[in-house]
Design a protein around this ligand. Sequence first.
Ligand code: ZN
Length: 282
Amino acid sequence: MNESRRRSILCPGCRRLISGDEQVCPYCGISRPGSGITSFIWAGMNAWKQGAIKLIIGANIVLFVISILIGIKGTSFSIQPFSFLAPGNKVLILLGATGVFPIDSLHRWWTLVSANYLHGGLLHLVFNMLAFSQLGTLATREYGTSRMFVIYTAGGAAGFLISYVAGVSLTIGASAAICSLIGSMLYYGRSRGGVYGDLVYRRIGGWAVGIFLFGLLVPGINNWGHGGGLAAGIGLGYVLGYEEKRRESHLHRTLGGICAVLTMAVLFWASGSTIYYLVSGI
Ligand SMILES: [Zn+2]
Protein backbone atom coordinates (compact mmCIF):
# COMPACT_ATOMS: atom_id res chain seq x y z
CA MET A 1 0.00 0.00 0.00
CA ASN A 2 1.20 3.46 -0.86
CA GLU A 3 -1.21 5.11 1.51
CA SER A 4 1.50 5.87 4.07
CA ARG A 5 3.53 7.79 1.47
CA ARG A 6 0.79 10.33 0.97
CA ARG A 7 1.37 13.42 3.02
CA SER A 8 0.14 16.97 3.13
CA ILE A 9 2.56 19.86 3.09
CA LEU A 10 2.47 23.63 3.10
CA CYS A 11 3.43 24.88 -0.36
CA PRO A 12 6.67 26.89 0.14
CA GLY A 13 5.49 29.40 -2.47
CA CYS A 14 1.98 30.30 -1.26
CA ARG A 15 1.78 28.58 2.17
CA ARG A 16 -1.40 26.65 1.27
CA LEU A 17 -2.03 23.05 2.23
CA ILE A 18 -1.39 20.71 -0.72
CA SER A 19 -0.40 17.09 -1.29
CA GLY A 20 3.32 16.50 -1.10
CA ASP A 21 3.13 14.41 -4.26
CA GLU A 22 1.98 17.30 -6.48
CA GLN A 23 4.35 18.02 -9.33
CA VAL A 24 2.99 21.57 -9.61
CA CYS A 25 1.21 23.56 -6.88
CA PRO A 26 -2.42 23.93 -8.00
CA TYR A 27 -2.64 27.38 -6.36
CA CYS A 28 0.54 29.26 -7.24
CA GLY A 29 1.99 27.06 -9.97
CA ILE A 30 5.53 26.54 -8.64
CA SER A 31 7.02 23.23 -9.75
CA ARG A 32 7.89 20.36 -7.38
CA PRO A 33 6.63 22.11 -4.21
CA GLY A 34 7.39 18.99 -2.14
CA SER A 35 11.10 18.76 -2.92
CA GLY A 36 13.71 19.78 -0.36
CA ILE A 37 15.52 22.00 -2.84
CA THR A 38 12.34 23.95 -3.65
CA SER A 39 11.60 24.61 0.02
CA PHE A 40 15.23 25.59 0.65
CA ILE A 41 15.20 28.12 -2.20
CA TRP A 42 11.85 29.57 -1.11
CA ALA A 43 12.93 29.79 2.52
CA GLY A 44 15.93 31.82 1.36
CA MET A 45 13.76 34.02 -0.85
CA ASN A 46 11.26 34.70 1.95
CA ALA A 47 14.02 35.56 4.42
CA TRP A 48 15.49 37.89 1.79
CA LYS A 49 12.11 39.53 1.15
CA GLN A 50 11.60 40.26 4.83
CA GLY A 51 15.12 41.31 5.67
CA ALA A 52 16.78 42.65 2.50
CA ILE A 53 17.46 46.11 3.93
CA LYS A 54 19.02 44.65 7.10
CA LEU A 55 21.06 42.14 5.08
CA ILE A 56 22.47 44.87 2.80
CA ILE A 57 23.32 47.09 5.80
CA GLY A 58 24.84 44.01 7.45
CA ALA A 59 27.05 43.35 4.41
CA ASN A 60 28.28 46.97 4.48
CA ILE A 61 29.09 46.69 8.21
CA VAL A 62 30.86 43.33 7.80
CA LEU A 63 33.04 44.68 4.97
CA PHE A 64 33.83 47.78 7.06
CA VAL A 65 34.82 45.66 10.07
CA ILE A 66 37.00 43.48 7.82
CA SER A 67 38.69 46.55 6.34
CA ILE A 68 39.44 47.91 9.83
CA LEU A 69 40.66 44.58 11.24
CA ILE A 70 42.83 43.69 8.26
CA GLY A 71 44.38 47.10 8.03
CA ILE A 72 44.62 47.72 11.77
CA LYS A 73 48.22 48.99 11.40
CA GLY A 74 47.23 51.45 8.68
CA THR A 75 43.94 52.45 10.31
CA SER A 76 43.59 56.06 11.29
CA PHE A 77 42.36 56.72 14.81
CA SER A 78 42.56 60.46 14.28
CA ILE A 79 39.90 62.30 16.25
CA GLN A 80 38.98 64.34 13.19
CA PRO A 81 35.44 63.19 12.38
CA PHE A 82 36.02 62.24 8.73
CA SER A 83 39.12 60.22 9.38
CA PHE A 84 38.15 58.42 12.57
CA LEU A 85 38.35 54.66 11.99
CA ALA A 86 39.50 55.13 8.42
CA PRO A 87 41.06 52.04 6.83
CA GLY A 88 44.18 52.72 4.77
CA ASN A 89 44.12 52.99 0.97
CA LYS A 90 46.08 49.78 0.52
CA VAL A 91 43.44 47.73 2.31
CA LEU A 92 40.64 49.44 0.41
CA ILE A 93 42.34 48.70 -2.93
CA LEU A 94 42.80 45.06 -1.92
CA LEU A 95 39.16 44.75 -0.85
CA GLY A 96 37.87 46.15 -4.13
CA ALA A 97 37.88 49.97 -4.34
CA THR A 98 37.14 50.95 -7.95
CA GLY A 99 38.29 53.63 -10.41
CA VAL A 100 40.87 54.07 -13.17
CA PHE A 101 43.71 52.57 -11.12
CA PRO A 102 42.07 49.27 -10.06
CA ILE A 103 40.39 48.77 -13.45
CA ASP A 104 43.17 49.78 -15.85
CA SER A 105 46.24 48.69 -13.88
CA LEU A 106 44.81 45.66 -12.06
CA HIS A 107 42.04 44.69 -14.54
CA ARG A 108 39.54 44.44 -11.70
CA TRP A 109 36.19 45.12 -13.36
CA TRP A 110 34.39 43.39 -10.51
CA THR A 111 35.31 46.35 -8.29
CA LEU A 112 32.34 48.18 -9.90
CA VAL A 113 30.26 45.97 -7.56
CA SER A 114 32.53 45.59 -4.52
CA ALA A 115 33.24 49.32 -4.12
CA ASN A 116 29.55 49.86 -3.26
CA TYR A 117 30.17 47.99 0.01
CA LEU A 118 33.36 49.76 1.14
CA HIS A 119 33.63 52.91 3.23
CA GLY A 120 36.46 55.30 4.03
CA GLY A 121 35.56 55.92 7.66
CA LEU A 122 33.00 55.34 10.38
CA LEU A 123 31.10 58.56 9.65
CA HIS A 124 30.99 57.79 5.91
CA LEU A 125 29.47 54.39 6.73
CA VAL A 126 26.93 55.74 9.25
CA PHE A 127 25.73 58.57 6.96
CA ASN A 128 25.30 56.22 4.01
CA MET A 129 23.50 53.54 6.01
CA LEU A 130 21.10 56.05 7.59
CA ALA A 131 20.25 57.33 4.11
CA PHE A 132 19.99 53.80 2.72
CA SER A 133 17.66 52.51 5.44
CA GLN A 134 15.17 55.28 4.60
CA LEU A 135 15.49 55.23 0.81
CA GLY A 136 15.78 51.45 0.59
CA THR A 137 12.59 51.02 2.63
CA LEU A 138 10.76 53.55 0.48
CA ALA A 139 11.97 51.97 -2.78
CA THR A 140 11.08 48.48 -1.53
CA ARG A 141 7.53 49.66 -0.81
CA GLU A 142 7.00 51.00 -4.34
CA TYR A 143 9.19 48.64 -6.40
CA GLY A 144 9.30 45.44 -4.30
CA THR A 145 12.48 43.80 -2.99
CA SER A 146 13.77 42.39 -6.29
CA ARG A 147 13.58 45.59 -8.28
CA MET A 148 14.89 47.67 -5.34
CA PHE A 149 18.01 45.46 -5.27
CA VAL A 150 18.47 45.63 -9.07
CA ILE A 151 18.25 49.44 -8.87
CA TYR A 152 20.75 49.44 -5.97
CA THR A 153 23.23 47.06 -7.59
CA ALA A 154 23.08 48.04 -11.28
CA GLY A 155 22.71 51.76 -10.49
CA GLY A 156 25.72 51.72 -8.16
CA ALA A 157 27.85 49.91 -10.75
CA ALA A 158 26.66 52.32 -13.47
CA GLY A 159 27.58 55.33 -11.32
CA PHE A 160 31.08 53.94 -10.77
CA LEU A 161 31.41 53.09 -14.48
CA ILE A 162 30.66 56.73 -15.34
CA SER A 163 33.14 58.00 -12.74
CA TYR A 164 35.74 55.59 -14.23
CA VAL A 165 35.10 56.98 -17.72
CA ALA A 166 35.39 60.50 -16.27
CA GLY A 167 38.83 59.59 -14.92
CA VAL A 168 38.27 59.23 -11.15
CA SER A 169 41.26 57.16 -10.06
CA LEU A 170 40.07 55.62 -6.78
CA THR A 171 36.61 55.62 -5.21
CA ILE A 172 34.37 53.72 -2.76
CA GLY A 173 31.07 54.02 -0.93
CA ALA A 174 27.40 53.11 -1.11
CA SER A 175 26.40 56.61 -2.21
CA ALA A 176 26.35 55.88 -5.97
CA ALA A 177 23.89 53.05 -5.27
CA ILE A 178 21.91 55.28 -2.88
CA CYS A 179 21.76 57.99 -5.58
CA SER A 180 20.35 55.33 -7.91
CA LEU A 181 17.54 54.69 -5.38
CA ILE A 182 17.00 58.46 -5.26
CA GLY A 183 16.74 58.54 -9.08
CA SER A 184 14.23 55.69 -9.09
CA MET A 185 12.06 57.47 -6.49
CA LEU A 186 12.21 60.74 -8.46
CA TYR A 187 10.97 58.82 -11.48
CA TYR A 188 8.28 57.17 -9.36
CA GLY A 189 7.05 60.48 -7.93
CA ARG A 190 6.96 62.17 -11.32
CA SER A 191 5.37 59.22 -13.12
CA ARG A 192 2.74 58.49 -10.47
CA GLY A 193 1.80 62.08 -9.77
CA GLY A 194 -1.17 62.88 -7.55
CA VAL A 195 -0.83 64.10 -3.98
CA TYR A 196 1.41 61.22 -2.88
CA GLY A 197 3.57 61.22 -6.04
CA ASP A 198 4.16 64.97 -5.79
CA LEU A 199 5.03 64.64 -2.10
CA VAL A 200 7.60 61.90 -2.84
CA TYR A 201 9.00 63.91 -5.74
CA ARG A 202 9.48 67.06 -3.66
CA ARG A 203 10.89 65.26 -0.64
CA ILE A 204 13.34 63.09 -2.63
CA GLY A 205 14.19 66.07 -4.82
CA GLY A 206 15.27 67.84 -1.62
CA TRP A 207 17.60 64.95 -0.82
CA ALA A 208 19.10 65.09 -4.32
CA VAL A 209 19.76 68.84 -4.07
CA GLY A 210 21.30 68.33 -0.61
CA ILE A 211 23.66 65.63 -1.88
CA PHE A 212 24.84 67.74 -4.81
CA LEU A 213 25.41 70.80 -2.63
CA PHE A 214 27.35 68.61 -0.20
CA GLY A 215 29.36 67.27 -3.16
CA LEU A 216 30.24 70.76 -4.37
CA LEU A 217 31.25 72.03 -0.94
CA VAL A 218 33.17 69.04 0.43
CA PRO A 219 36.32 68.05 -1.46
CA GLY A 220 36.94 64.41 -2.38
CA ILE A 221 33.30 63.56 -3.12
CA ASN A 222 32.75 61.52 -6.29
CA ASN A 223 30.19 63.73 -8.02
CA TRP A 224 30.44 61.68 -11.23
CA GLY A 225 29.44 58.58 -9.29
CA HIS A 226 26.55 60.41 -7.64
CA GLY A 227 25.27 61.93 -10.91
CA GLY A 228 25.75 58.66 -12.81
CA GLY A 229 23.94 56.69 -10.13
CA LEU A 230 21.07 59.17 -10.12
CA ALA A 231 20.69 59.04 -13.92
CA ALA A 232 20.89 55.24 -13.89
CA GLY A 233 18.21 55.08 -11.17
CA ILE A 234 15.80 57.21 -13.23
CA GLY A 235 16.39 54.93 -16.25
CA LEU A 236 16.04 51.73 -14.21
CA GLY A 237 12.81 52.99 -12.63
CA TYR A 238 11.44 53.67 -16.09
CA VAL A 239 12.54 50.31 -17.57
CA LEU A 240 11.57 48.10 -14.60
CA GLY A 241 8.37 49.93 -13.62
CA TYR A 242 6.94 50.14 -10.10
CA GLU A 243 4.36 47.91 -8.35
CA GLU A 244 1.38 50.16 -9.00
CA LYS A 245 2.12 50.16 -12.71
CA ARG A 246 3.56 46.68 -13.22
CA ARG A 247 3.42 43.91 -10.61
CA GLU A 248 6.62 42.05 -9.72
CA SER A 249 7.23 39.44 -12.43
CA HIS A 250 9.36 36.33 -12.76
CA LEU A 251 11.85 38.40 -14.79
CA HIS A 252 12.20 40.92 -11.94
CA ARG A 253 12.82 38.10 -9.45
CA THR A 254 15.36 36.51 -11.78
CA LEU A 255 17.22 39.81 -12.23
CA GLY A 256 17.18 40.35 -8.45
CA GLY A 257 18.54 36.82 -7.95
CA ILE A 258 21.34 37.41 -10.47
CA CYS A 259 22.31 40.63 -8.65
CA ALA A 260 22.27 38.81 -5.29
CA VAL A 261 24.45 35.90 -6.51
CA LEU A 262 26.84 38.27 -8.31
CA THR A 263 27.17 40.52 -5.23
CA MET A 264 27.80 37.59 -2.88
CA ALA A 265 30.38 36.10 -5.25
CA VAL A 266 32.22 39.42 -5.62
CA LEU A 267 32.22 40.15 -1.86
CA PHE A 268 33.44 36.64 -0.99
CA TRP A 269 36.11 36.86 -3.68
CA ALA A 270 37.19 40.35 -2.56
CA SER A 271 37.51 39.48 1.14
CA GLY A 272 38.83 35.94 0.51
CA SER A 273 41.57 37.04 -1.90
CA THR A 274 42.58 39.90 0.42
CA ILE A 275 42.92 37.59 3.40
CA TYR A 276 44.83 35.07 1.26
CA TYR A 277 47.14 37.83 -0.02
CA LEU A 278 47.92 39.04 3.50
CA VAL A 279 48.30 35.58 5.05
CA SER A 280 50.62 34.39 2.29
CA GLY A 281 52.66 37.54 2.98
CA ILE A 282 53.55 38.46 -0.60
ZN1 ZN B 1 1.64 27.16 -3.95
